[in-house]
Design a protein around this ligand. Sequence first.
Ligand code: G3H
Ligand code: 13P
Ligand code: ZN
Length: 312
Amino acid sequence: MALVTSTEMFKKAYDGGYAIGAFNVNNMEIVQAITEAAAELKSPVILQASAGARKYANSIYLVKLVEAAVELHPELPIVLHLDHGADFATCKDCVDNGFTSVMIDYSSHSFEENIAESKKVADYAHEHGVVVEAELGTLAGVEDDVKVADDKAMYTDPDQVEEFVKRTGVDSLAIAIGTSHGAYKFKPGTNPKLRLDILAEVAKRLPGFPIVLHGSSSVPQEYVKIINEHGGALKDAIGIPEDQLREAAKGAVCKINIDSDLRLGLTAGVRKHFVEHPDHFDPRQYLTDGRSNVKDIVAHKIVDVLGSNNKI
Ligand code: G3H
Ligand code: 13P
Ligand code: ZN
C-alpha cells in the first residue's frame, strides 16, 4: 500500500469510537518503533513531522524513511503529515514533496487571518489530493517556535467552528480543550481535567467531522522515574490522564498527537543503557534500548488509549 490520506481512517475511527495515533518522527529509530508496533497490532497510523524535525533530519530523509516503512509494512495504512505548518509556503512544500496530509497552524493569528490562510492551503492541497488540518483556539506551551503563555491559552469557542470549517474547507480541526505541548502540562497538586464539555459542544455543531487533539502526551511516570534515576533531572513533569483521552477518542476525536511520551521513552532507554554499560559507545547498542521503549509506548497507546488495534 502506498501512503494514504486520513480520509478513510477518520471516517472509520469516528464511526467506530476510536482515534488514530499521530506520532512525531525525527529519525529512523522512531519511524521503526512506531510502524513496527502499529503493524503488529494492526493499527492504522499517522507519522508526523514538525518544522523542527524537518530542520533536524532534512525533510527528504524523513519522507524516504517513511516510504521505507510503507515498503516494509505493505498492509499498514500510513499517513505522512506535516505537524504545525506555519504558513502556506511550508504546507505547499510538503504537498509538493510526498506528504499526504498537512496542518496549517494559524491559530495564533486573528480569526479572519486563520480562515484566509487555512482556505488557501486547503484549496492548494485538495487540488493535489492532500488533506488539511487546521487549528482553532490556542494551546498553552510550546508550538514549535511559537511560545504561548499559560494565561493566554484559549479554549476553542464552539460558536466559531461551523463558520471556520465551512469557509476554509479543511478536512479536520484541532481544538483547544485543556491539552498542551511538552512534558510540563500541569502544576503539581492541580487536578488535570480536559474540557470534554467543549468537545461535546463542538461535535454537536460539526456532526461527523473529525476533531484533533494536540498536546496529548500523558508523561508516563515510570519513564520519568527511570530518567531521574539515571542522571536525569525532570521535575514535576505531568501529562494528560489517559482515561480522559480514551473518553475523547470514543467521541469526535479521530486524531491524537503524541510526541513528548516518545521522547521520554527514548531518553529513558538511552540513559539507563549508559549507566548500566559505561563502556559502551556503539550507538546501535543504546539506541536499541531507546527504540524498544518507544515501541512499547506506542503499543500501549494503541491498545489502551486510542483503541485503534485490529482495525486493518
Ligand atoms: O507540537 C510540538 C511537537 O511536539 C513537535 O515538537 O517542534 O520540538 O519538533 P518540535
Ligand atoms: P505532546 O507534547 O503532548 O506529545 O504533543 C505533541 C503534539 O501535539 C504534536 O503536534
Ligand atoms: Zn501539536
